[in-house]
Design a protein around this ligand. Structure first.
Ligand code: ADE
Length: 243
């Protein structure tokens, strides 16, 4: 079954963009997923095709009109979950990506300006998702990020390469580092164990590095991985070396 992606945007020319290249591009050409980028402006009703207006109560910027955006949503409705890309949304996680990729597709709503008239969220079933704690100039790049993460999980897109990487994030740990030829470069050698041919030792080394890197680089993920037991109020445990 084809994964159906619909994007509502004021900039449909931004799509497929990077999603037309590499793995996602090939999968798109192969019909593993489909993409329809629709211009919200096509659902405007006045002769100026306006989609936004000044904020009630005053202030800077413009607000996307609920009536126009709702008409656009109703016009493309196909049963897939609707997600608005907004900086106040729920943080995008691999778990969310996995859930979406297992479904029929997604309809993504991309905002610009100050955002959407709040009544839109009262009147339609819309989830809000953020790709991080920073402000983009619009939801389009965020939509591309979400779709890229979903498409690589679709059956037939990545093949066997996928499982290992997925499992590594599944455990909540960062992946171990990688090396390739030459064995020595600028005085830097590949760790001896990786050249030993001892698969059990290699697996143990990778697992240890995965844990150590997570503890040092992402104490937040490490704390979650080991559970809340033993967590000190300062969170210092996540930063210390081996005990
Ligand atoms: N639109 C603007 N900033 C965003 C963000 N961080 N995530 C999702 N959509 C956005």
């Amino acid at each position: 079954m084809t994964f159906s992606a619909t994007v509502l945007t004021l900039y449909p020319e931004m799509f497929p963009g990077p999603l037309g290249q590499s793995l996602a591009g090939r999968a798109l050409a192969d019909g593993i997923w489909s993409l329809s980028a629709r211009n919200i402006r096509d659902f405007a009703t006045d002769k100026h095709r306006s989609v936004d207006d000044t904020p009630a109560g005053g202030g800077p910027g413009m607000v996307l009109r609920a009536d126009i955006v709702a008409a656009a949503l109703d016009g493309v409705a196909n049963g897939t979950p609707v997600i608005a890309m907004t900086p106040r949304g729920a943080p995008l996680t691999q778990a969310k990506v996995r859930t979406l990729a297992a479904g029929p597709g997604v309809t993504l709503l991309c905002g610009r300006f100050e955002g959407f008239d709040e009544r839109l969220f009262a009147a339609r079933a819309i989830e809000e998702v953020s790709i991080g704690d920073y402000i983009l100039s619009g939801g389009e790049v965020a939509a591309i990020v979400l779709l890229d993460a979903c498409v690589r999980l679709l059956p037939g897109v990545m093949g066997a390469a996928l499982s290992a990487v997925e499992e590594s994030f599944e455990s909540g740990l960062l992946e171990h580092p990688h090396y390739t030829r030459p064995p020595e470069w600028e005085g830097l050698a590949i760790p001896e164990v990786l050249r030993s041919g001892d698969h059990a030792k290699i697996a143990a080394w990778r697992s240890a590095r995965s844990e150590e890197d997570t503890r040092l680089r992402r104490p937040d993920l490490w704390e979650r991985h080991i559970g809340v037991r033993g967590r000190s109020p300062s969170g210092a445990r996540g930063k210390k070396k081996e005990e």
